[in-house]
Design a protein around this ligand. Structure first.
Ligand code: HEC
Ligand code: HEC
Ligand code: HEC
Ligand code: HEC
Ligand code: HEC
Ligand code: HEC
Ligand code: HEC
Ligand code: HEC
Ligand code: HEC
Length: 305
């Protein structure tokens, strides 16, 4: 048999091609890798400098305070304290740069509120959510075209008469929505064996007993006393007696239905009802606390501070 030694000649061509490719790759790389790459890490050092040069579109509320300090202060004290101005008004840079002349979004309609507050099965339960129909029925609104801002101010939605952050600190109070996604019907009977929840009457027994006998007994305690969760174990609770808060339910308005809570004209109502000049400075509760609940005489549970 004729055995020729194997020939490797064809491989020299292969190595030549690979060699050229490598040289080309090195040349291309040296052209493409940016200048400052690798100086301080596996990235372009100049990128840091460039990132600081981008024009800001969102400026934060401090930028608004310069000219709208009244709104900024109001907003910081009410339930929307954590919502940035620009979540509703859009980026504010152009407007600020033009000292207020530049365009800025002025939201209209219900969507601006429902984008965050519409009841959705996927939304965490502890966030305040409403079903528009049920909400309107509860507050006696007949006309479906009624806007949220016809009652709620976007900058102080609940008209708290005192800064949220100064309100009384309470132990964690479980609301139905803390555990049940989307549930707003707090009056539903709970089944036997339901987890125990810390309720208002546990500590405020007399207030709760008095409340049950009066005309507001269909209203949740936390509808008037907002519980604002602050940590995993505590939250702030409001004692709100701003007349505009009561008027959320009691203002006479064209959109109200016949079974809405009784409506009044304000401040005409006070003038009509006043017996003397002293009455002209009174708030609703100065004349009407007897319709809500007794004020507290300290009980053992609510105890010492
Ligand atoms: C340099 C002053 C200045 C700053 C800063 C400023 N604004 Fe204004 N803004 C104005 C002026 C002036 C007007 C027009 C007069 C008015 O309605 O008060 C205005 C009007 C508005 C309006 C009403 C627009 C309309 O169409 O009715 C909104 C909303 C608004 N500003 C939001 C903001 C927000 C949000 C910020 C912060 C990102 C901000 N502004 C920062 C001066 C300013
Ligand atoms: C929850 C949404 C929301 C947030 C947050 C919000 N706004 Fe507004 N803002 C509105 C709406 C809605 C209007 C229009 C109200 C109306 O037409 O009655 C408005 C109106 C305004 C106006 C015009 C007022 C007027 O009387 O014409 C200014 C100025 C303004 N907002 C500034 C601010 C500033 C500053 C902040 C942050 C501190 C802020 N807004 C936060 C929704 C919001
Ligand atoms: C960007 C999201 C966002 C938008 C838009 C928004 N809200 Fe809110 N709203 C919040 C947050 C966050 C809270 C505070 C809830 C909490 O921390 O418990 C809140 C609280 C409230 C509360 C008190 C709820 C409670 O805890 O009982 C009311 C009432 C309210 N908003 C009404 C409105 C109205 C009316 C509008 C439209 C003008 C609006 N919101 C638009 C985020 C939003
Ligand atoms: C007739 C006045 C009125 C109108 C209109 C109105 N609300 Fe209310 N809203 C109230 C009152 C009163 C409360 C407090 C009682 C309560 O918590 O149910 C309230 C409470 C809320 C709460 C807190 C609910 C909770 O479970 O903590 C949210 C969120 C809210 N409103 C959003 C809206 C939105 C969004 C609209 C527009 C689609 C709207 N409201 C329209 C009167 C109104
Ligand atoms: C600490 C968490 C927690 C809180 C707060 C809470 N629940 Fe529940 N709830 C549960 C659990 C867990 C179940 C399921 C119990 C079972 O299957 O035995 C349940 C079941 C129920 C059920 C029956 C099943 C269903 O989903 O319809 C009703 C009705 C109910 N809860 C009503 C309420 C009401 C009303 C409130 C507010 C007053 C409330 N719950 C507050 C945890 C909670
Ligand atoms: C673990 C006990 C406890 C529970 C549960 C409780 N509270 Fe209180 N609450 C207190 C104590 C203690 C005070 C302070 C009493 C005092 O100063 O006389 C207080 C004070 C208050 C005040 C007055 C706040 C102020 O600024 O003066 C209100 C309003 C209030 N509670 C409402 C409620 C509501 C509504 C609930 C249910 C959602 C509730 N509390 C549940 C213990 C409790
Ligand atoms: C969440 C809605 C709501 C809020 C907020 C509210 N009320 Fe009422 N109010 C009602 C309902 C419901 C009734 C009972 C109407 C009925 O019996 O037909 C009522 C009845 C009344 C009455 C008439 C009682 C009678 O004997 O006919 C007065 C006075 C009153 N409320 C005062 C107030 C005051 C003061 C505030 C503020 C601290 C307030 N309300 C806040 C819903 C509300
Ligand atoms: C100077 C005292 C005074 C003040 C302040 C006052 N009211 Fe009255 N109000 C009365 C009297 C008096 C009546 C009629 C007798 C009654 O129902 O107690 C009345 C009646 C009412 C009724 C029942 C109306 C009806 O048709 O059945 C409501 C609701 C009401 N007030 C709500 C309010 C609200 C909300 C405020 C604050 C925005 C307020 N009041 C402020 C003295 C007052
Ligand atoms: C219709 C609105 C409304 C409802 C619903 C309501 N409250 Fe009140 N509550 C008030 C007002 C108004 C005050 C007095 C605020 C003030 O004096 O500035 C008050 C005061 C209190 C105080 C302080 C009492 C004191 O002597 O200082 C406690 C505690 C309290 N409420 C607990 C409750 C409990 C518990 C419930 C439910 C069983 C409840 N509230 C339901 C409106 C309401």
């Amino acid at each position: 048999m004729d055995t020729k030694p194997p020939s490797y000649r064809h491989t020299t061509r292969l190595f030549l091609v690979i060699g050229i490719a490598l040289v080309l790759a090195v040349i291309v790389r040296s052209q493409l890798v940016p200048e400052s790459f690798g100086e301080i890490g596996h990235y372009r050092a100049d990128a840091i400098e460039e990132a600081t040069q981008f024009e800001l579109r969102h400026l934060g509320r401090e930028a608004c305070a310069e000219c709208h300090d009244d709104i900024v202060d109001l907003h910081a004290k009410d339930a929307h304290a954590r919502v940035p101005c620009e979540s509703c008004h859009g980026a504010g840079a152009k407007h600020v740069a033009a000292e207020g002349d530049g365009e800025i979004h002025r939201p209209e309609g219900k969507q601006v509120c429902l984008i965050c507050h519409r009841m959705l099965a996927a939304r965490p339960g502890e966030f305040a959510q409403i079903d528009v129909e049920a909400h309107f029925a509860f507050v006696g609104v007949e006309d479906p075209q009624t806007l949220c801002v016809d009652c709620h101010s976007p900058h102080e939605p609940l008209f708290m008469d005192r800064d949220l952050r100064q309100a009384r600190l309470h132990p964690l109070i479980h609301r139905c929505r803390d555990c049940h996604i989307g549930r707003t019907d707090d009056t539903l009977p709970r089944p036997e064996g339901h987890p125990a929840i810390f309720e208002c009457d546990y500590c405020h027994a007399e207030v709760a007993a008095g409340f049950a006998e009066r005309p507001h007994n269909g209203v949740r305690c936390t509808a008037c006393h907002l519980f604002f969760k602050e940590t995993e174990s505590a939250g702030r609770i409001l004692r709100d007696s701003d007349p505009r808060f009561c008027l959320l339910c009691h203002r006479d308005a064209p959109f109200r239905s016949d079974d809405a809570p009784p409506g009044i004209d304000w401040p005409d109502h006070r003038e009509t009802m006043a017996e003397d000049d002293n009455d002209l400075d009174k708030r609703c509760i100065d004349c009407h606390q007897d319709r809500i609940h007794p004020l507290q005489t300290r009980t053992a549970a609510a105890g010492e501070e």
